[in-house]
Write a protein that binds this ligand. Structure first.
Ligand code: NAD
Length: 312
């Protein structure tokens, strides 16, 4: 839900996001295509039970062709309201038999991505003793920090919200720096878990890391920044590959018997292998990793298209 200025803006965004979901789901080996719906409105003012239930009814009318989950401007509690109108709302609270907040699963996927990148660059996936800078310690970032701290990585964090960094620093042995410094640290891994477009003309020359792997959506300001990172010898983990944990876990509810956290997290752990495949394609075809991720997704989409066109 977003206060788009025009209907055309909303439509453009929905198409862009739907395409993104198609690639994300294909690369994550999920048995689903991709789609997105957007609602024009300010979540703080316009989100009412009526609006949410009306949306639920529209989704229900599609009879399962489109499944939805929590995203920008909505919460798990909103999904609970929409669920009154449709079973095709998947990210419902734990109390209702759903996965609850998607952030822990997303963070676990990012952690697997980091391990795959460490293996490529340092020959071992073990985070122990590796230095990692985490930008943004919100829902996803704080869980990434937990995984890293628990496996012995040396972690530095930054957030514009000081309360969040203080809380985390009290829990784990992590260092805190100012938000404008975090991407410039001389570390093994820079993990952007805040906002998009953090890899741009200004920041890339300032990076001193060997790996970029985080959850933030649309990290590359433009595609050419992915080429620039490759030229600089920095291994970039494409965001939609390593941030797929939330959606992988969200759709687990569709299995017979409903949501099973252990099975869901096991599937999320495959992101380690998927990231390894992206790296392999990137090396074989001599292309940057952001392109290799698209190749991986497009190969699977083409294969499934062939399967679906079989006359059986
Ligand atoms: P969040 O809002 O809980 O956390 C973001 C954090 O970043 C906040 O603590 C915020 O204060 C901080 N922040 C904002 N600007 C900053 C800056 N300039 N420097 C440092 N910190 C800054 O959001 P989240 O759910 O943790 O998601 C983080 C990112 O991951 C987003 O880009 C989101 O789109 C993406 N993502 C999230 C999920 C998920 O399951 N939640 C799934 C896929 C992708």
């Amino acid at each position: 839900m977003w206060p788009y200025e025009t209907e055309a803006d909303a439509l453009k965004d929905a198409l862009r996001l739907a395409r993104g979901m198609t690639y994300k789901n294909a690369a994550a080996e999920l048995p689903y295509g991709g789609g997105k719906c957007v609602v024009i409105g300010d979540p703080k003012q316009d989100k009412t039970e009526g609006v949410l239930r009306a949306l639920g009814r529209f989704i229900n009318r599609l009879g399962g062709l489109y499944l939805t989950g929590v995203d920008v401007g909505t919460t798990v509690q909103d999904m609970e309201v929409m669920r009154m109108e449709s079973p095709y709302v998947v990210t419902i609270p734990e109390a209702m038999g759903g996965p609850g907040d998607s952030a822990p699963a997303t963070a676990f996927g990012v952690f697997q991505g980091i391990r795959a990148c460490l293996r490529e660059v340092y020959g071992s996936p073990l985070p122990q003793g590796r230095t990692v800078a985490v930008q943004g310690v919100g829902a996803v970032g704080k869980e990434v920090v937990r995984y890293l701290a628990e496996t012995g990585a040396i972690v530095t964090i930054a957030d514009i919200d000081q309360e969040k960094t203080s809380l985390l620093a009290a829990q784990y042995s992590v260092s805190v720096v100012q938000p404008e410094e975090i991407h410039r640290l001389d570390v093994d891994v820079y993990s952007p878990c805040a906002m998009g477009a953090v890899l741009n003309d200004q920041t890339i020359p300032e990076l001193r890391c060997k790996i970029v792997c985080g959850s933030a959506n649309n990290q590359l300001a433009e595609e050419r920044h992915g080429d620039l990172l490759a030229r600089e010898g920095i291994l970039y983990a494409p965001d939609y590959i390593v941030s797929a944990g939330g959606v992988i876990s969200g759709v687990d509810i569709l299995n017979p018997g409903g949501f099973n956290r252990q099975r869901a997290m096991e599937k999320v752990s495959h992101i380690y292998k998927t990231m390894g495949n992206v790296i392999a394609i990137s090396k074989e075809q001599n292309i940057p990793t952001y392109r290799a991720a698209d190749v991986l997704a497009e190969q699977r989409i083409a294969m499934i298209r062939q399967v679906k066109s079989l006359a059986v």
